[in-house]
Design a protein around this ligand. Sequence first.
Ligand SMILES: [Zn+2]
Length: 316
Amino acid sequence: MNAVGVDVGGTKIAAGVVTSAGKILASTTYPSAGPREDLLSSIARAIMEVADGHEVGWVCVAAPGFVLSAENRVVFSPNLHTIEGVPLKEELERRVGLGVTVENDASAAAWGEFRFGAGSEVDHLVFVTLGTGIGGGVISHGALMRGAQGAGGELGHFTIDSKRPLCVCGNRGCLEALASGTAIARRAREVAGERPDSALGTLAAQRKVLGEDVTELARGGDEAALSVLEGAGAWLGIGLAGFVNVFNPEVVAVGGAVSGAGDLILSAARREVRLRARSPSRDLAEIKAATLGAKSGILGAAALARDDAGQYVLGN
Ligand SMILES: [Zn+2]
């Protein structure tokens, strides 16, 4: 039996029908912008489009924000307010005639990497996704840690330094406020002001600097851009050192758009983990780039689709 995974983001909905071996048989994308009714009908259309002609058991929708997976509901979603509070399971089941469950998008991506990607050989995985924000997921003894309400695994909102910038969640100095793409772009604009003669400074004088510009300039050897990524990598590593101490993972996989910077960020993160995490956990944990890219959301969501008995449709 196959399952449909739906990855709902701030700008688009990606859906795919997935086999138990992790093969995507069909996929599609729709925009997620617009009013609530448009969002619901686009998700439903995406599901029906990919399911057409395939044997499909269940559907899992991975959504951004704080998700109560036990209630199949998103309670807070700073990048997609239209999805907040919607009884997604009921609304979508009525539209598509298939069973639907709801999970956090980063938890789904973590599960995707665990089943089919960077964590497929291990039982203990910490996954961190670096994008506009920072999400995460923890797999321990082969099971996704959800917490009592299913709202756990919010690794991006782990406080790193309480005196640092305000986070979208209202707290100060979260990992997300220091090492996300948004944080990198903000820090790059500061550094550009301090070092106007650098390539970063020159670009900032022409237009607004984005996170991907920093990676591009760093690859070209610009010291200012390199220092920004090194700084973000160090903050990331401080967070990862905590996760390594707490969860004792075999693999820490770093995904998301910012992870495209690769070792420009990960080298500094590994250094901080070596300095700060405790033995034997720090000696075991391998910190590496995730391998599935943007597909981790669809694959992980499909692999988290559960039947009425709570069993994963694609197996464990
Ligand atoms: Zn936060």
